[in-house]
Ligand binder design. Structure first.
Ligand code: SF4
Length: 285
């Protein structure tokens, strides 16, 4: 089945679609639903269906009536790539953590380019990100934007709170703000399914782990280290080999010295200069 390159679309399934493709709790790998998009005028073939807890997504190839593959980026299962906000349509009224659901202004899901090779994963939204609804657009926003600009991921002006991103996505390990405390371990665990799902769907080459909380959240799933073996201060602007990803630890933007920002930019430019795609075999963007 010629399911390669840009012809594969990846998207979340609704609960109705999920139950259609998941049989007796086992993953069903093939289906042929009718495509709901007029552009397609044909069939979608579901190549793989994967699930983490209640989130289920599918890799889909679309074919027209003559059987030719159509480009990704359309159809009801696709990420909403017209908007950088919450591109996979994750639950914006999530109640998994009752206290956080009371105190947040909004859930701050991922933001950016869904085909990004670089994912910046922070710990949790501060009050500024909670207000704006975009990760990293609170304290340390200017440093974040400087890093994104200097590494070519944005050319948006320094004063923006809605940067246009190319090849980068911003997200958090826990997505709701509490004005008086950090999320608890239980709340980080409750939110893990969103991060895992986003990273599986985006499949970045490099994960920039921003702050100690994010590194610890990434440790178990994406590295062979335990959480307490990470020290963001000591490993800032270095590369840690992970399981399927390379991880770059980064001190919280609001806490970085100018020298630490320069070091991070230099390290990222070094990565961009080398063949960082070798782990996934991408041919380029
Ligand atoms: S922190 Fe995550 S799991 Fe908890 S309520 Fe917010 S979005 Fe839901």
């Amino acid at each position: 089945m010629p399911a390669t390159g840009n012809s594969v679309a990846r998207g979340l399934l609704t609960s109705g679609e999920s139950s259609r493709y998941l049989t007796d709790g086992r993953l069903d790998s093939i289906g042929t639903p009718t495509c709901a998009d007029d552009y397609c005028l044909g069939l979608q073939t579901v190549l793989t269906v994967q699930a983490i807890r209640s989130i289920v997504w599918a890799d889909v190839i679309c074919r027209d009536r003559a059987g030719f593959a159509r480009p990704a980026g359309h159809g009801r299962m696709d990420a909403n790539q017209e908007s950088p906000y919450n591109p996979f349509g994750m639950d914006e009224s999530c109640q998994n953590c009752p206290e956080l659901a009371e105190t947040r202004s909004q859930v701050v899901h991922g933001y950016g380019d869904v085909s990004a090779e670089f994912a910046f994963v922070g710990g949790f939204p501060d009050s500024g990100a909670d207000e704006v609804g975009i990760p990293f657009m609170g304290a340390g926003r200017e440093t974040t934007l400087e890093i994104l600009r200097e590494t070519g991921f944005t050319d948006s002006p320094p004063e923006t709170t809605e940067p246009e991103l190319d090849n980068a996505v911003l997200t958090y390990a826990a997505r709701c703000h509490h004005p008086e405390r950090e999320p608890t371990g239980e709340e980080f665990s409750a939110c893990e399914l969103y991060l895992t799902s986003e990273l599986r769907m985006i499949n970045p080459e490099i994960i920039v782990g921003v702050g100690q909380h994010a590194l610890e959240a990434l440790a178990w799933e994406y590295t062979t280290r335990s959480a307490d073996e990470f020290d963001v201060e000591a490993e800032h602007a270095s590369t840690v080999r992970g399981r399927g990803f390379e991880i770059v630890p980064m001190i919280e933007p609001a806490e970085q010295t100018d020298a630490q920002t320069d070091a991070l930019i230099e390290h990222m430019l070094d990565i961009l200069d080398r063949d960082y795609r070798q782990t996934k075999g991408r041919r380029g963007r």
